[in-house]
Design a protein around this ligand. Structure first.
Ligand code: ADP
Ligand code: MG
Length: 141
């Protein structure tokens, strides 16, 4: 599935489309650098999964949870450099919890990512343009 967006609102709308296809236990591994729109996309996921909460970057907390019909756990692995760090985020407990997991800087925990998982790649274009590519399951073909 590929979306071309030109504003944060369009990125959230794309995420709501993806959210409608998600199932409890799915893990989304983001690709895309600082300011690409990973947190913005996650805000749309939370909306789509039925949360009305304000979504902010879990930079310092490492994980934020949003409760709705399907809970969403939003991780920021930017500062996670070791397996010990990863354990301390509670990541492995959340994996079993039936929530949807959305993981920023998933590159940092590559070896610990469960298979299969869904990849959301956000590439920055001119100005506010973003190309969002969702892969990893036939639901997104
Ligand atoms: P990340 O979590 O990947 O670092 P954020 O979602 O926190 O990125 O920030 C993305 C920034 O880019 C925000 O300031 C947002 O307003 C801006 N932006 C501009 N155009 C877009 C777009 N099409 N989609 C998402 N964010 C956009
Ligand atoms: Mg972010």
């Amino acid at each position: 599935m590929i979306f071309s967006t030109a504003s944060p609102e369009e990125t959230k709308a794309a995420a709501r489309t993806v959210a409608a296809l998600l199932r409890p236990g799915d893990l989304i591994a983001y690709r895309g650098g600082m300011g690409a729109g990973k947190t913005t996309f996650t805000a749309g996921l939370a909306q789509g999964l039925g949360s009305t909460a304000w979504v902010s970057s879990p930079t310092f907390a490492l994980v934020h949870q949003y409760d709705g019909p399907t809970p969403l756990c939003h991780f920021d692995m930017f500062r996670v450099a070791s397996l010990e760090d990863l354990y301390s985020t509670g990541f492995f407990d959340y994996l079993e919890g039936g929530a949807v997991l959305a993981v920023e800087w998933s590159e940092n925990i590559e070896a610990a990512l469960p298979e299969p998982h869904i990849t959301v790649d956000i590439a920055m274009g001119e100005g506010d343009r973003r190309t969002i590519t969702v892969t990893g399951d036939e639901r997104f073909l």
